[in-house]
Design a protein around this ligand. Sequence first.
Ligand code: ADP
Ligand code: MG
Length: 331
Amino acid sequence: MIGEFDLIDEYFSSRCTDRQDVVLGIGDDAALVQMTSGDQLVIAMDTLSVGTHFPENMPARALGYRSLAVNLSDLAAMGAEPLWCTLALSLPTTDRAWLDDFSAGFFQLARQYGVALVGGDTVRAPLAVTVTVHGRIEPGSAILRSGARVGDGIYVTGYPGDAVAGRKILGESGQSGGSDLPGLVDRFLYPQPRVSEGRALTGIASSMIDLSDGLHADLVKLMSASGAGATLDASQLPVSKSLVSWAGSGEAVSLALTGGDDYELCFTVPPDRQQEFAELSGDWQCGVARIGTVTDGGKVDWQLDGQHLSILESGYDHFQQEDGCDQTVQV
Ligand code: ADP
Ligand code: MG
């Protein structure tokens, strides 16, 4: 067992990323950071709660990583540059090996993006992690959900569906077992927030959202915020080879549409920006695909081989459904 203040010192303050604009980090009643005048502050927060967002024995390193990743993904979806974060940690016990792994995962990502942990809170309670991230953006440059217009192309990064397959493989046990295919469990445990891609889309994308509840459900949010609809071609969905061999090609499409936990970016690009976008995205390692076009009217309509797909459940809703993974797609 380790006391609260030694814990904070040993596993968090001594491992922090340095930033010159952090005037005062962990240790006082509040943190002080130096703002650049003229910038807008972009703020996002997400909680991961045991049983709801991750299985009980999820590897601690993955939990530390993921708690920051999902927040960086929200900033990426605004086109913002992440700067500082805070961490609220509810722990049932203080296990040194667990804390070591948790902070290793957290700081792996914090270092990768140069984000400084400037404060937090530590309490004894059932396991839950809340991270708040602060970032910056030039005024007027944030990419909102509401900016899509009729005729814009609709794009998605990466391979939606891989993460939910990983989550299913991991199952309740939190162990990957022997049945993993390359990448699937890792895509759930270690989602790569698309921070540089999101930044690069400022001035190009007309609207953007990051995928947490499933591609279809998040597209419905994007289009409804924009007062628009969409037609989408499911045959253009980027579906990974691993997902197809694990789930079969029909089920792979269903998982890609409804799975959730992807933390990819879904965005729209106006016709007069498409050339610029093609040049910019040509060397994106994560991959990107055009999957449809913004239409008028409120419907988000998926087609496959000339037939309409009906999505039985329209998204992961914490207060209506037990499990967003149970959605299925019917032709
Ligand atoms: P207070 O009682 O004034 O809120 P605390 O004693 O809770 O302060 O925390 C002491 C310092 O440690 C503060 O700077 C706080 O932001 C920081 N802190 C507490 N828990 C964490 C954590 N899990 N990660 C990072 N900083 C933390
Ligand atoms: Mg205080």
